[in-house]
Design a protein around this ligand. Structure first.
Ligand code: GDP
Ligand code: MG
Length: 216
């Protein structure tokens, strides 16, 4: 096993908090897959990032890992149609799932999306939890709810990350977080919600702690 699993390479942050048990800065691209049969070996643990196209998945992964271009971000939604895997170490991974809900994606494409992502969510042994990213200005759309229902059916714990929180004033932000928590109440303790911004320091520590709990 690599020495960084002992925490040797993960330094405390500037506020002197204990070192994270997982060093997200070690993330490196592993593989992109378009079919279930091509998934990397189902060992260790991984956390998947899911959400509408343009919700801010790639930006969140880049912010978390401190790498500006690890997961490509795009102003043109609906570009990523593959499941992208990033290795943190030999046994832990981050997974960027293809986005959903992009109007210009043909119907055949959304069937493909459902087949690939649905089967992944149902069957992946190493999947410890799902980060569901939603734009804080329009959370819990019909498709988000469909994804959350899939997660519940597959018994996957969920962390709802309300992205682009820098776009709302503090009070409004807290109100939306509370609303979403209310909306998730039916999912029990296995679903939590938090505000996040990739561009401002909002929710970075909470996201890291949420992932640590799943990957640690
Ligand atoms: N203001 C702001 N813009 C963001 C944030 N996160 C993402 N974006 C922008 O939203 C767009 C979509 O982001 P991207 O990460 O590519 O979304 P993805 O399709 O879910 O991977 C890009 O133009 C990003 O720059 C954020 O926290 N704040
Ligand atoms: Mg993306």
């Amino acid at each position: 096993m690599a020495t960084h699993e002992n925490g040797v390479n993960s330094l405390p942050d500037s506020r002197g908090a204990p070192a994270s048990p997982v060093d997200y800065r070690q993330a490196r691209f592993l593989v992109s897959v378009a079919a279930i049969r091509d998934l990397p070996p189902d060992r260790g643990r991984e956390v998947a990032f899911a959400g509408r196209s343009n919700a801010g998945k790639s930006s969140a992964i880049n912010a978390l890992t401190g790498r500006r271009r690890l997961a490509r971000t795009s102003r043109t939604p609906g570009r990523t149609r593959l499941i992208n895997f990033f290795a943190l170490d030999e046994r832990r991974r981050l997974v960027d799932l293809p986005g959903y809900g992009y109007a210009k994606v043909p119907r055949s494409m959304s069937r493909e999306w459902g087949a690939l992502v649905g089967r992944y969510l149902e069957s992946r042994e190493s999947l410890a939890g799902v980060v569901v990213l939603m734009d804080i200005r329009h959370p819990l759309t019909e498709l988000d709810t469909a994804l959350l229902d899939w997660c519940r059916a597959a018994d996957r714990p969920v962390l709802a990350v309300l992205t682009k929180a820098d776009k709302l004033a503090r009070g409004r932000r807290a109100a939306v977080v509370a609303e979403v928590r209310g909306g998730l109440a039916g999912y029990g303790a296995a679903a939590r919600a938090m505000a996040f911004s990739a561009t401002k320091q909002i929710g970075h520590r909470e996201l890291t702690e949420g992932l640590d709990a799943w990957l640690g």
